[in-house]
Design a protein around this ligand. Structure first.
Ligand code: HEM
Length: 406
């Protein structure tokens, strides 16, 4: 338990932490990996190099500090992080290691300003916050393990199929080696995939959205090949270029809170930028099966027809389901795209286009894609006055702030 005085100390020092947040977490990760290099098997080094993970951790710790006397208000954020932690296999015994190095980093960066009282207050506050995470994660582990077909950590799978979907996206059909039935999941959820890549010192874990509906004998993920010179591209290039049918990889059970509400009967609008289509096409497959009369519009904004995945799969869906509308927006159509009139809109998604084509006043909106796409969509929806309860979105990778106009 924190004393009132400690809570005051935490709140008073939170602005200083906000100012130095990323410096502290950068120092923290440096210390953590120096002392515990095995943790490099768990953390995504590409996110580290881009500073995204440092920002995400700094933001969540500062948010916790600012709400230290009403921690229930940060529970939605805790839940979302806990899903990611559960999917990565983070355990209670990891928390003291993170706590110890975080406190050293705070002291290193704050220097003389970090008095004994301040440090004691932060140590106690970390314990309070860590206990919340540990308890939420314990519930998630239990739920996952007890679900029919569920399992706790990683389980061996093999690649049962590999299908090229576009110049940059390839789908992988993954089946468990033990051939047991798979647990069901919510469309929009992701799995973690753990790979031992021969050229890499550490194992690599990545999260991929499930791109096909639940209750199959396989999980389908659809992976975009990133730039091979970018650290972000290590896993995707390996999967695209080296991995083949029959290869083994480890998979954790589905996780995540960006999920389709199938109790809502409002029209559904799914807005995808590029590879952001993966969780949304799953939602589309699920909704036409579970809510066959619910009107759906799916918008796919991509650069051009060459990199547009699932065109045929979506076209087939529309043929079978009259109430599904599909729109393609190409920012840079090729000559072939132009010749075939292969799109509904050229350029980027605009407010006027959305207002003319989508049920803006009633629909539930789900969107996913690169940050500029999500910011544009969010701005247009804000401009229209769409209320927060109708907005659902997900970032690939560590959560970031959406910078909107309003
Ligand atoms: C991810 C916060 C403890 C390992 C994250 C994220 C946040 C976060 C905000 C980003 C989530 C996202 O993807 O949106 C925290 C807080 C902790 C804590 C506030 C303590 C109270 C731990 C511990 C470990 C850990 C004890 C294990 C050593 C990870 C890993 C990721 C992650 C591996 C994914 C990062 C990546 O690969 O990019 N955490 N975390 N975290 N956390 Fe934690």
């Amino acid at each position: 338990m924190l004393t009132e005085q400690q809570k005051d100390t935490i709140k008073a020092t939170a602005p200083v932490l906000r100012e130095h947040g990323t410096t502290i977490t950068t120092r923290f990760y440096q210390l953590l990996f120096e002392k515990h290099p095995k943790l490099l098997n768990i953390f995504n080094q590409a996110n580290q190099k881009q500073g995204k993970q440092q920002r995400a951790l700094a933001n969540s710790i500062i948010a916790s500090a600012e709400h230290i006397d009403q921690l229930e208000s940060i529970m939605p954020v805790v839940e979302q992080i806990a899903h990611k932690h559960r999917s990565l296999g983070i355990k209670p015994e990891h928390y003291p290691i993170v706590g110890e190095n975080l406190l050293i980093a705070i002291k290193d960066v704050l220097g003389d300003a970090a008095t004994d009282d301040i440090m004691q207050a932060w140590e106690d506050a970390y314990q309070v916050i860590a206990d919340i995470f540990i308890s939420v994660e314990a519930d998630l582990y239990e739920e996952t393990e007890q679900q029919p077909g569920g399992w706790k950590d990683f389980k061996p799978f093999y690649i049962a199929g590999k299908v090229v979907e576009s110049d940059v996206i390839t789908s992988f059909y993954l089946k468990p080696v033990d051939e047991q039935p798979l647990p069901t999941f919510e469309p929009g959820q992701y799995i973690s995939v753990k790979l031992d890549i021969p050229s890499e010192t550490y194992t690599n874990i990545r999260q991929y959205s499930l791109s096909y509906k639940p209750n199959q004998s396989y999980f389908r993920i659809s992976v975009k090949r990133e730039d091979e010179h970018d650290p972000n591209g290590v896993v995707s290039n390996y999967l695209h270029n080296e991995a083949s049918v029959g290869d083994l990889l480890d998979v954790s059970a589905p996780a995540g809170e960006f999920t389709l509400d199938t109790n809502s009967t409002k029209p559904l609008v799914l807005l995808a930028g590029g590879v952001g289509i993966t969780p949304l096409i799953n939602m589309l497959h699920t909704v036409v099966e579970q809510q066959p009369s619910r009107p759906v519009s799916i918008v796919h904004a991509v650069r051009n027809g060459d990199v547009q995945a699932f065109e045929q799969e979506l076209t087939d869906l529309v043929l079978d389901h009259q109430h599904v509308n599909i729109y393609t927006i190409l920012s840079h159509p090729t000559a072939d795209d132009e010749a075939n009139k292969h799109y509904h809109q050229k350029g980027f998604i605009t407010y006027d286009w959305m207002k003319d084509h989508l049920p803006m006043d009633e629909a539930d909106f789900y969107f996913c894609g690169p940050k500029p796409f999500m910011e544009a969509v969010m701005n247009h929806l804000n401009q229209h006055g769409v209320t927060e309860d109708r907005l659902n979105f997900e970032f690939f990778g560590p959560q970031e702030e959406l910078e909107t106009v309003q």
